[in-house]
Design a protein around this ligand. Structure first.
Ligand code: B12
Ligand code: SF4
Ligand code: SF4
Length: 375
């Protein structure tokens, strides 16, 4: 054990803007791995096949590299912004980049003070059960919405893990405080929680709008409302957090250009240059076609306007089948009488089988909507 090193890592991480810092050992995560296994076995991960792999590493974080002994786990606090259409975590500097850079800096500082330390950083993209390690490191508890939360920040924090080859004194795990509360479960617009602590990603708007490529089931499109990326309803409903203010320089600075991003503006920026506008933010995870599909869906859930109709007509021959499918769905919902003909013409030339089904339903919807007007 090296109390000097532990304190150095902790204070450096706090100085770099992390809200909470905890330490845990790397004993096997048997219970969490068992939950992960049954979650996967039940198919809750949808098409996120990468989550099926590396079960041994998830269960045994000590196998990360020879000599791995402890983990420094951090939270970067953030909060919602009013009138948002983009999930709050993605309206900011990219958390992968910001958290990774700071954890690497922590490692550098320790080395520069004479500690021969080896470390590996994991932020989101590695096979690590981050919430389980954060809970073990005393940063908070896992809530019924599956989020790691604490009394001060609620579920409004992003996580990062630095696995090191030094034996460090662990923190005590935090006490769970959800009690009888079920607000997050009740607030979910798509009833995605099959039970407390169990999320079926196949019913989650975050999953469809961020991770999924292609078209969605129709009930998910309707439930998406005016959102553009992700969903925060199981966070905003939580009585804990958000923090009133985060002291010091926040790790995840707000990107003003993404606050209140409208669906039409999203489409305009995708046209102008997806990479230029979005590549430095987590919103890029949806990909260009995914973001266009999301924006088009929001237009279909919104008020009819000339600009919206022009945009929707334009995507009927988009290169991506998912965009065409959502575009047709949206146009059938808010389009004019003469859009019936446009949808029929699109159906005639559609070659993708799934999208043909979408177009067939869209033509039927549009005809039914305008049947009265035609008589
Ligand atoms: C895949 C993934 C998703 C998927 C699936 C989410 C899920 N709940 O599994 C989708 C796309 C839906 C998603 C959505 C979101 N995600 Co996400 N996601 C991940 C990722 C990459 C892997 C998660 C995973 O392994 N899931 C499999 C399940 C089995 O594991 P788990 O979620 O950790 O669940 C644990 C608990 O539920 C627990 N558990 C189960 N039953 C019980 C019972 C009891 C009593 C207890 C105590 C615990 C418990 O066991 C599991 C194993 O420990 C992590 C990063 C990482 N590597 O961990 C980020 C991560 C979980 N996501 C994050 C965020 C911010 C989000 C969103 C808020 C984004 C948004 N606004 O749109 C939403 C929130 C939705 C939600 N309520 O989870 C953050 C969460 C931070 C936090 N404070 O918890 C993470 C940690 C990324 C990061 N580095 O910060 N995400
Ligand atoms: S992110 Fe939204 S859709 Fe997904 S579980 Fe939470 S409230 Fe439900
Ligand atoms: S809303 Fe209630 S049940 Fe859900 S995480 Fe917050 S405290 Fe727990």
């Amino acid at each position: 054990m090296d109390p000097g090193l532990r304190e150095l890592l902790r204070t450096t991480a706090l100085e770099l803007g992390f809200a909470r810092v905890g330490v845990c050992g790397l004993d096997a995560l048997h219970d969490d791995a068992a939950r992960w296994k049954s979650w996967i076995a039940d198919g809750n991960h949808g098409a996120m096949r990468y989550l099926e792999r590396h079960g041994a590493l998830r269960e045994h974080p000590a196998q990360w590299f020879p000599g791995a002994r402890s983990a420094l786990v951090v939270t970067a606090a953030y909060g919602p912004t009013p009138g948002s259409t983009v999930a709050a975590y993605a309206e900011r500097a990219d958390y992968h980049v910001e958290i990774t850079a700071r954890l690497e800096r922590v490692l550098d500082v320790a080395r520069s003070r004479g500690h021969a330390l080896t470390g590996v950083v994991a932020v989101d993209t590695k096979p690590v059960l981050e919430r389980a390690l954060a809970q073990r490191a005393g940063l908070g508890w896992i809530g019924k919405n599956t989020m790691l939360l604490d009394e001060e920040h609620g579920p409004w924090s992003m996580l990062g893990v630095l696995v090191v080859d030094a034996e460090l004194e662990p923190d005590a795990p935090a006490k769970a405080r959800c009690g009888t509360c079920t607000r997050c479960l009740d607030a979910c617009p798509t009833a995605a929680f099959v039970a407390p602590y169990v999320l079926d990603a196949r019913r989650c708007l975050s999953y469809w709008s961020i991770e999924h490529r292609g078209a969605w089931p129709e009930p998910m499109r309707e439930a998406f409302g005016g959102r553009v990326f992700g969903c925060d309803d199981c966070l905003t409903s939580c009585p804990f957090g958000p923090p009133r203010s985060t002291s010091g320089e926040p790790v995840l600075a707000v990107a003003p250009a993404l606050v209140g991003l409208s669906p039409l503006e999203t489409l305009r920026r995708c046209d102008e240059g997806f990479g230029r506008h979005f590549s430095h933010h987590a919103i890029a995870r949806a990909g260009k076609a995914g973001l266009i599909r999301n924006a088009v869906t929001a237009l279909g859930n919104g008020a009819r306007s000339e600009a919206a109709l022009v945009a929707l007509r334009k995507v009927l021959d988009h290169a991506d089948a998912g965009v065409r499918a959502h575009g047709a769905w949206a146009l059938a919902r808010i389009g004019d009488a003469d859009d019936v003909g446009r949808l029929e013409a699109a159906l005639l030339v559609e070659s993708d089988l799934g999208t043909r089904d979408d177009l067939t339903r869209a033509v039927a919807t549009a005809r039914a909507r305008h049947a009265g007007a035609a008589r």
